[in-house]
Design a protein around this ligand. Sequence first.
Ligand SMILES: C[S@@+](CC[C@H](N)C(=O)[O-])C[C@H]1O[C@@H](n2cnc3c(N)ncnc32)[C@H](O)[C@@H]1O
Length: 283
Amino acid sequence: MVNPTPDRLLSRDVFRLLRDLIYDYCGIFFEDDAAYLIQRRLLPRVETLSLADFNDYYRYLRSVSPEARRAELEEIVERVTTNETYFFRESYQLDAFRLEILPELFARRPRGKRLTVWSAGCASGEEAYTIAILIQEAGLFADWDVRVFGSDISRKVLQIARKGIYGRASFRTTEPRVQRRYFREADGKHQVRDELKQQVSFGQINLFDEPMTMLVGEVDVIFCRNVLIYFDQASRKRVIDTLYRKLSKGGYLLLGHSESLINLTTAFELVHLKNDMVYRKPT
Ligand SMILES: C[S@@+](CC[C@H](N)C(=O)[O-])C[C@H]1O[C@@H](n2cnc3c(N)ncnc32)[C@H](O)[C@@H]1O
């Protein structure tokens, strides 16, 4: 970690300018009290680019070509996002998915024998593989065209997701039986078995950039959990409107346990399932 010398401290004014650039790029909003965190995480970029200080860094971001600016914003996002995740996170919601949502979709067949689930903001992929496991465990879709798509803004975490090799921390709430069935041990780590891997694909999508979401077709269920907590109301609303457009009629939106659509939109129905409350696009 590089310690800033006094002339390299991030001033409040420049912090706010950088914060606005980050916000416009990806919707993540930093309050004023995050200035120190931003300084700590971005100082290595100032060093790497051989710039004098954060003023120069901001000037650099404003003056380079759109491509170079985008590349630098990607670097910033890699440093300021939280990518914490693990398999089978928030199990009561996953019970609702497996025991209630999947049987409902199986019976209703909104898109024939096709089922597509999107893990939007999947970090290193544990959520997307969890979804694929739950679909297999439901035992209903053997002759269906099942696809699970995981996306994230961070290329680094997507590399891990594509490899599908995980350490112990990712399995903190995984049943041993499930772990044995869907993973094989390799050098003290655990690798997703090929049968499961084939059902899951990954791509880089900035949810705040609607044209990028064109990569995703119509989907039946969207998991967007613990992503929008880093956004403000306006950027949350923008992303939720995009997700709404991607869902099939009667499709489900599953947010993290501390997230809701209150004051964001009334377009979804709130459905009280036995295991959880979820949002659904009206049929
Ligand atoms: C805390 S993780 C959540 C992972 C997983 N959904 C879960 O609940 O375990 C949040 C993820 O959201 C991603 N993210 C943040 N802003 C994003 C954006 N604008 N577009 C896409 N992904 C974003 C981050 O890169 C990070 O990997």
